[in-house]
Write a new protein. Structure first.
Length: 124
């Protein structure tokens, strides 16, 4: 069995709702308690979401002049797992338990870099 087939079999087609999920428009904030404790990270994540919506709408207007490369502000759960030195499965489990703060945009679960930084600062 190919590696791609293994990955597609492991991931459900429809993501189950995560505990403590609160929808704000097209974005779902997970683990509201963490976000309440870190309002600066929440405001930054909201700003990123608004910027992304603007960029998506802007792409439909026509060709634009390329600007400097956009620096990603979020990590996938897999990327966060790699950065933290933990397994992919343990990262998803930690997200579900609320130990790693995340946002959901559509079906994607993303870890804002600022939230991960704040989490690590609190651990030190």
């Amino acid at each position: 069995m190919a590696e791609d087939e293994k990955v597609s079999e492991e991931l459900p087609e429809v993501l189950p709702p995560l505990p403590f999920e609160i929808d704000v428009g097209r974005i779902a904030f997970i683990h509201q308690d963490w976000w309440d404790e870190h309002p600066d990270a929440l405001h930054e994540a909201e700003d990123v979401a608004l910027w992304l919506d603007f960029q998506i709408e802007r792409r439909n207007v026509g060709e634009t002049i390329p600007a400097k490369p956009v620096q990603r502000l979020t990590l996938t759960v897999e990327e966060a797992a790699q950065a933290l030195g933990i397994s992919r499965a343990f990262a998803y489990e930690s997200v579900a338990k609320g130990e790693i703060p995340c946002i959901r945009i559509g079906k994607r679960i993303l870890i804002p870099k600022i939230a991960l930084d704040k989490l690590l600062e609190g651990a030190g």
